[in-house]
Design a protein around this ligand. Structure first.
Ligand code: FE
Ligand code: FE
Length: 394
């Protein structure tokens, strides 16, 4: 019997993870045809702002799938009014392919919540379920349990281990904004995105006015980091007023200081590789501190910020010897902004307005002692910064 795979998703944008999964599904599930079906409105998620139109998602997917002979892009869900319920798609495909065995492909999350799908009982009577899973710890046993439970109710379930490293669409859009997404996108898709100016690629981010800068930065941060970044900006402005630094630079450095923080270690390293940033030993081994380096690079090359802002972002995690006024302000503001809460923060807040170097020293000492306590490596820049402050004290 002909086996036809059904692979749905928002494909916003379609990336190499999707295409590798499609190839794997065709091979391991022995499919004669694989239908790639972009959602019209996914019942499980809302599309972010500035997303491509349904037509553009369709075109990107067509470009991406061009070199997979068994793949066929279907407009079934895009054309239908209302939400993209899977059972409606399956109903339509049963009419179109009455002789075929339909194989519904899904990821782990979807499978584990399968009983929340509309008409799931009808679905298990009419399709085979195929789960692409990553084989991480704990995942396998949860999937097997769910499979056994569904099979007891008459479902047919096939499990396919999928070793492809995935990237989330959110991270992909960040990488597009930082101009380093090419390792994750089929060449044709990247060209299409650039030509149509999709996602952030059509935006000129050079020297944005403050309100636009704030919007763009917020769209690239993890939601949980927004309050910290706004707090850091406000604190930096207060400190700049108090110590006579440029308040505009302080605000811009404050808002941009964690611009690449949402990227995990491997994505930080990808950004560096794509832009030819050469890393020292410490950074390679401590990718957590890399966001200061990558953030300063992005601030300079993509946001067109001035040297004072760029330098302040560069030194905000480790400090360095010979820091300038704005660098100290950003370092201290990052440490004491209103959302920070730890023993000693009040002393730091008091010092920041009476003795900025004293506040710097306290911050550095706390960081060094925490790192020592954790047995972590301490950046040479931090130790040199402390030496420098202590020398000036004498
Ligand atoms: Fe930071
Ligand atoms: Fe920060």
């Amino acid at each position: 019997m002909e086996r036809i795979g059904i692979y749905g998703g928002t494909f916003n944008p379609p990336h190499i993870g999707h295409m590798a999964a499609a190839r794997q599904a065709i091979k391991l599930l022995r499919l004669s045809k694989l239908l790639l079906i972009p959602d019209r409105i996914a019942p499980h998620k809302q599309l972010p702002e500035n997303s491509p139109s349904p037509q553009q998602r369709l075109e990107m997917l067509t470009v991406a799938a061009a070199d997979i002979p068994q793949a066929e892009v279907s407009q079934l869900e895009l054309r239908r009014e209302g939400p993209s319920y899977t059972y409606l798609t399956v109903e339509a495909l049963k009419q179109r392919y009455p002789q075929a065995q339909l194989v519904l492909i899904m990821g782990t999350d979807m499978f584990l919540s399968f009983e929340s799908w509309k008409n799931w009982r009808w679905l298990i009577e009419n399709v085979t379920l195929a789960v692409l899973y990553r084989g991480q710890k704990g995942e396998k046993s949860a999937i097997r349990e769910k499979r056994d439970a569904l099979c007891a109710q008459g479902a047919q379930v096939e499990l396919v281990e999928n070793q492809v490293t995935a990237i989330s669409s959110t991270d992909l859009r960040r990488m597009l904004a930082f101009q380093c997404a090419s390792p994750f996108l089929p060449e044709g898709v990247l060209a299409y995105i650039r030509q149509q100016g999709l996602y952030e690629t059509g935006r000129d981010l050079w020297q944005l006015p403050m309100d636009r800068l704030e919007q763009v930065v917020i769209s690239l941060l993890k939601p949980g980091r927004v309050a910290h970044v706004l707090g850091c900006r406000d604190t930096a402005v207060e400190l700049a007023k108090h110590w006579g630094a440029d308040t505009t630079d302080a605000a811009r450095a404050g808002i941009l200081h964690d611009i690449t923080k949402a990227l995990d270690g491997p994505l930080q390293l990808t950004l560096c590789r794509e832009h030819g940033i050469i890393l020292d030993d410490f950074s390679t081994r401590n990718p957590k501190t890399l966001h200061a380096l990558t953030g300063s690079f992005v601030a300079q090359r993509i946001f067109g910020e001035n040297d004072a802002v760029v330098t302040a972002i560069r030194s905000h995690t480790t400090g360095r010897a010979g820091m300038g006024l704005l660098e100290k302000i950003i370092y201290v503001a990052d440490y004491m902004e209103p959302n920070r809460d730890f023993p000693g923060v009040e002393e730091l807040r008091r010092l920041a307005f009476s003795d900025l170097d004293g506040a710097m020293r306290l911050g550095l000492e706390m960081t060094v002692s925490i790192l020592r306590g954790n047995g972590a490596q301490i950046s040479a820049a931090s130790l040199e910064a402390l030496d420098d402050l202590n020398r000036n004290l004498r």
